[in-house]
Design a protein around this ligand. Structure first.
Ligand SMILES: Nc1nc2c(ncn2[C@@H]2O[C@H](COP(=O)(O)OP(=O)(O)OP(=O)(O)O)[C@@H](O)[C@H]2O)c(=O)[nH]1
Ligand SMILES: [Mg+2]
Ligand SMILES: [Zn+2]
Length: 390
């Protein structure tokens, strides 16, 4: 593998992004060491012809993706059929996806013809206009997601929101409090985190000293994919490099005045781990909006969900109803009041986003049509009638 394939500097966009040597041979990469198994192999055999080769998306660079294959990497783009049939943009190949592609040695890139069933997918929503939200796929086929925050600058509201979104994705949530070396009272921070996400494992680490990183290592296995998510500057890439045992990702200092990061990582990267398994480093995002996350709300607020079972009314809103077990727990000091506030706010948001999903579908459909038209224009411009590049 050439370092440049997985390093944090993505190639320039468009056709320029195709490296000079498209197929990089490296016999040390095997798909079975990053999660390829019998179930995936069976699905692959059943939905593809003998000319397709399996691969995994390591990175999306605009129109093309970098694929890891048995023994090397290659560039590929989605077939026009995949572009046309995708109901929403999050059905297009994303980082972490398993795909079947057809080799086209005479073209600039190979072509992805099938995307295998995802076992989990992590999305977020972004408010794009006052009344519209846009769903964005962060990555597919994740087993464990490390939610990273800086221990000296914890934001519990954000943590709840992110934990909900990951719980809804189908992956296991693990909270990582990084920069322990900069935190004076870690016990106080931990108490707050444990109230906000009572069922989630929490690890205190330092990417700089290496303390606690072994515990994160314990989550990696040849059949697993782990990912780091969290705000810019919390140390996702620093921890990535620790787990990889080498400086593959660039890291960048935070701003002195407000501790914010400078968005050093700009693309999601899937990188094979030295002892098997894969790791995905992601760019820090300003906020994580909920998307299809009603189930996640129940997981993260299981303490409230459990209390609610004993409220007198089934549809109790835990406001002023008589016999409300949640209000009783607040009165007795068992449940912090602001936890109920967060629960209500985030449940409303999850429902609101669900109700917007029709609009989302319609919009995403038009996105696909735009992409289709664009790729058609490209095809007709760049190739002769036999599909050969000119
Ligand atoms: N003191 C201390 N600094 C850390 C630790 N982990 C990371 N840093 C520093 O925090 C800064 C940001 O780290 P990055 O790893 O680039 O953060 P990131 O989360 O990848 O940020 P984006 O790529 O912008 O999303 C760098 O200067 C790191 O050296 C830590 O445990 N302790
Ligand atoms: Mg980074
Ligand atoms: Zn109630």
């Amino acid at each position: 593998m050439q370092r440049s394939d997985f390093s944090s500097n993505p190639p320039r966009s468009g056709l320029n992004s195709v490296p000079e040597v498209r197929q990089t041979a490296d016999m040390s990469i095997s798909l079975s060491s990053i999660g390829w198994d019998q179930v995936r192999a069976d699905e692959f055999t059943s939905c593809s012809d003998s000319e397709l080769t399996p691969g995994r998306v390591a990175r999306v660079d605009g129109r093309t993706v970098l694929l890891i294959t048995d023994g090397g990497t290659t560039r590929a783009e989605s077939s026009t059929e995949i572009l046309a049939n995708a109901e929403t943009s999050d059905e297009l190949p994303a980082t972490g996806d398993w795909v079947g592609f057809r080799s086209r040695p005479s073209h600039d890139s190979d072509v992805i013809e099938v995307v295998l069933t995802r076992r989990s997918q992590l999305s977020r929503t972004r408010q794009v206009m006052k009344s519209a939200v846009e769903r964005q796929l962060i990555a597919a086929n994740l087993d464990v997601v490390f939610l990273v925050q800086a221990a000296n600058n914890v934001n519990l509201r954000r943590l709840e929101r992110e934990a909900i979104q990951v719980a809804a994705s189908g992956a296991e949530v693990v909270i990582v409090l990084n920069k322990a070396d900069l935190c004076d009272d870690i016990d106080e921070v931990l108490d707050g985190v444990k109230v906000s996400a009572p069922l989630v494992s929490v690890h205190v680490v330092s990417g700089v000293t290496g303390d606690g990183v072994d515990a994160l290592m314990g989550y990696t296995k040849p059949d697993r994919t782990v990912a780091f998510i969290g705000a810019s500057g919390v140390g996702k890439s620093t921890l990535t490099n620790r787990l990889l045992g080498s400086d593959v990702m660039d890291t960048g200092a935070v701003r002195e005045d407000d501790q914010r990061g400078r968005h050093t990582t700009t693309t999601r990267h899937l990188i094979p781990l030295p002892d098997g398994g894969a790791l995905i480093d992601t760019p820090g995002v300003r906020s994580v909006g909920l998307s299809d996350a009603e189930e996640g709300v129940e997981t993260v607020f299981e303490d409230i969900a459990e209390l609610a079972l004993t409220c007198r009314f089934n549809d109790c809103t835990h406001s002023e109803e008589p016999g409300c077990a949640v209000q009783e727990a607040i009165a007795s000091g068992e449940l912090p009041e602001d936890r109920l506030g967060s629960f209500k706010k985030l449940s409303r948001e999850a429902e609101y986003v669900q109700s917007k999903s029709d609009m989302r579908l319609r919009r995403a459909k038009s996105e696909v049509w735009r992409a289709r038209a664009k790729s058609y224009r490209k095809l007709t411009k760049a190739r002769d009638e036999f599909g050969r590049p000119q």
